[in-house]
Design a protein around this ligand. Sequence first.
Ligand SMILES: Cc1cc2nc3c(=O)[nH]c(=O)nc-3n(C[C@H](O)[C@H](O)[C@H](O)COP(=O)(O)OP(=O)(O)OC[C@H]3O[C@@H](n4cnc5c(N)ncnc54)[C@H](O)[C@@H]3O)c2cc1C
Ligand SMILES: NC(=O)c1ccc[n+]([C@@H]2O[C@H](COP(=O)([O-])OP(=O)(O)OC[C@H]3O[C@@H](n4cnc5c(N)ncnc54)[C@H](O)[C@@H]3O)[C@@H](O)[C@H]2O)c1
Length: 449
Amino acid sequence: MKVKKYDVFVIGSGAAGRTVAKACVKGGLTVGMADKREYGGTCANRGCDPKKVLLGATEVIELSANLMGKGIKAVPGISWKKLMQYKGQFTLAVPRTTEEDLKTLGISLYHQSPKFLDEQTLSVEGKTVRADKIIIATGYEPRNLHFKGSKHLKSSDDFLSQKKLPKKITFIGAGYVGMEFAHIAARAGAKVTVIDSGKRPLKAFDADLVEGLRSYSKELGIDFVFNAKITKVEKARKKVKVFYRKKGKLESLASNVVFNTAGRVPAISTLQLEKGKVAFNENGIETNDYLQSISNTGVYACGDVSDKGLPLTPLSGIEGKVVAINVLEGNKEKMQVPVTPSVVYTLPNLASVGYSEEEATSRYKNVEVKFESVPSWFNARRVNAPVYAYKIILNQRTRKIVGAHLLGPNAGETINLFAMAIGQGMTAEQIKQTVFTYPSWSNDIKSMV
Ligand SMILES: Cc1cc2nc3c(=O)[nH]c(=O)nc-3n(C[C@H](O)[C@H](O)[C@H](O)COP(=O)(O)OP(=O)(O)OC[C@H]3O[C@@H](n4cnc5c(N)ncnc54)[C@H](O)[C@@H]3O)c2cc1C
Ligand SMILES: NC(=O)c1ccc[n+]([C@@H]2O[C@H](COP(=O)([O-])OP(=O)(O)OC[C@H]3O[C@@H](n4cnc5c(N)ncnc54)[C@H](O)[C@@H]3O)[C@@H](O)[C@H]2O)c1
């Protein structure tokens, strides 16, 4: 059988895969790429970007609700249909423009999941393809839940493309996706319940600030069920019923739609990795410091699907660059996971960078923890924001900031200043000496440290 040969074959067209493919083709290599879905990846098609467009409309609701009676006469309503049309202006063209961009550079495109036939050979679209280097950049996909009736659950993709907003919605999973979507849906007018097997939402975030977010979410009308073991889901006419066990008691709750937001797992199940001798674990493809497979030197992995770093868009791009350098120049660049800020786009935002209180306490002899709730500060008061809190962690000996955790309006932006401060090893005094605009959220960080 005829074999099609490339220097590099990239699986996945998200931020990670595109970065590698473009750099390699610009570096003079022949490149092929496959994606089994629409080109452009999760972030641009069905993740960060469309989510944040929907969030924009809910920001108007939050701001006006807080200023009701303080100069604002009415809280506007959301037309879900119109909002989805607006969202489409950001997403609909992504697959086409991505393909055009990649094709113009000379990259050959395939539209199916490849399967490894051996360490260097793939089968895709009925063709046999051999490449010196195969790059796995397939990202994450929703975790399958294994109770009876789980086929009735919808995914985050469905949430971001639903034409009508259901009246009653349940989210299974109070992580990033569940919490962000719960806030969007509640502000857009749905009755929302979030159910989780754990004891609190957003386990990776500071417990004190998460408690502030949980309690404000409750005021917004979002119901929570924690420590719940879901036993089955049943569909009956217009309702979907979730059955769960809590404290030994069997309970149920009915809604129009139930979304599975119970986490995401490496998208590797259709690749036949065993045939390619590519080792993997539950975090993804097992890689060395060069993001090269530990078991097949002809394979690299980057983005969410590699076992390094957090599954976030900025890191996928960075990992893509590292792989491109190592493919083009022969393992020259080690992946060093940088200081990475992260934000949950609820309103208020919950944002975090650096060490948690627990990590800092176990790492340094003396830490100073500044934790305060400050809705009385001018910036919060001027927009009548009811929630504004921070927890800043300093190494007492060096006075360097080692962790910052924020809950409040604009926290997703303000956290970037702390990312810079931690990355550059700045002390509290250096931050205080810096001149910021006034009055601004950024300027508040001087008082926080
Ligand atoms: C709802 C949601 C909201 C998010 N919001 C944010 C946010 O605000 N900020 C942030 O930083 N991150 C966010 N993320 C995470 C972010 O989307 C990912 O970290 C990022 O997209 C990862 O990029 P990637 O290139 O590694 O993978 P992806 O963008 O997932 O790209 C992987 C590509 O590989 C393809 N693929 C998968 N399997 C195969 C296969 N077998 N064969 C061929 N192709 C395959 C997929 O179709 C996809 O196009 C969000 C994720 C979700 C789901
Ligand atoms: N703003 C952002 O940067 C952003 C937004 C969305 C997603 N992401 C990325 O995507 C990743 C996945 O996010 P996610 O929200 O899907 O997952 P997650 O891991 O953040 O949360 C999943 C939640 O589901 C719960 N859960 C798991 N199994 C369950 C079950 N059987 N029953 C009930 N609850 C169950 C877990 O306890 C957890 O609270 C994140 O780690 C993040 O890296 C980032």
